[in-house]
Ligand binder design. Structure first.
Ligand code: PEP
Ligand code: MN
Length: 287
């Protein structure tokens, strides 16, 4: 942590005099505001599979009160034999879903050559866990001047994560939202997909002015854990959530962790009613 002022001077309260105060620097993504008065919920399918599937889920999450729509057109998959996303067609579908529901679109970009294309359709560019340390991609994404959702590398510490965010900030783009999505640790894969590091939320909030949200879907990998993980994340001061929702929970990409719209509605209600951001974590503030 001693190295942090050298690694991420643009993003620390301690080193960026413009953002020394208590308040988080809010990131506006059309109608959705991250780091504002209330938590922000991004929801939608893991992957854009078809027009009907995406529109059905988009309408359902909008009705449940989500602030933004997620969905991958380009998917990072462990096996090259698995579904890789439908690419440009998927981006067109996301745009259509956004036009109908009014929800801003958050979608992943994995390739420097496709940043311009994805930025044409997306309201917020997602950099996934596997690409958190893809420095040329981070710089290219920074130059697109769109808000960025930077997911934590599954084996990255806080310094490495903020260092990656600094690559984006260095291009003159401070509209960055950090997303904790679970890390690889001793029990990963035993009873949950990853280990959700809730402790990083207050640590980040005290060190940096960037908003931080949590992905309870990929971090747990288990649908029944998504709702309690969401509540816990909010109790720890998360500025929002990104959640996978499916029309039929047993089908499709990452089906085991997808929740239905009913469950999403309960999470949104909880987020609206119970959010009490934690005080700046003193130990983290001293670090
Ligand atoms: C996703 O959000 O679609 C995703 C693949 O997440 P992660 O990069 O966190 O694995
Ligand atoms: Mn997924």
């Amino acid at each position: 942590m001693e190295d942090l002022p050298r690694i991420a001077p643009l993003l620390l309260r301690q080193t960026n005099p413009e953002y020394r105060g208590d308040r988080t620097r809010a990131v506006q993504v059309r109608g959705a505001c991250f780091g504002g008065e209330r938590p922000t919920v991004i929801a939608g399918p893991c992957a854009v599979e078809s027009y009907e599937q995406t529109l059905t889920v988009a309408r359902a999450v909008q009705k449940a009160g989500a602030d933004a729509l997620r969905g991958g057109a380009y998917k990072p998959r462990t096996s090259p034999h698995d579904f890789q996303g439908i690419g440009l067609e998927g981006l067109h579908i996301l745009r259509a879903a956004s036009d109908e529901t009014g929800l801003p679109v958050v979608t992943e970009v994995m390739d420097t050559r496709l940043v311009e294309q994805v930025a044409e359709f997306a309201d917020m560019l997602q950099v996934g866990s596997r690409n958190m340390q893809n420095y040329p991609l981070l710089a290219e994404v920074g130059r697109a001047h769109k808000p960025v959702l930077l997911k934590r590398g599954m084996a990255a510490g806080l310094c490495e994560w903020l260092g990656s965010a600094e690559y984006i900030a260095q291009q003159g783009n401070l509209n960055i939202v950090l997303c904790e999505r679970g890390i690889k640790a001793f029990p990963s894969g035993e009873y949950s997909r990853y280990v959700l590091d809730l402790n990083v939320i207050p640590a980040l909030r005290s060190l940096s002015f960037l908003p931080v949200i949590v992905d309870p879907s990929h971090s747990t990998g288990v649908a029944s854990m998504v709702e309690p993980a969401s509540r816990a994340a909010l109790e720890f001061g998360s500025h929002g959530l990104i959640i996978e929702v499916a029309e039929e929970a047993e089908r499709g990409c990452d089906a085991a962790q997808a929740i239905d719209a009913q469950t999403l509605l309960r999470i949104v209600k909880f987020a609206r009613a119970h959010w009490t951001p934690v005080e700046v974590h003193e130990a983290a503030a001293r670090a």
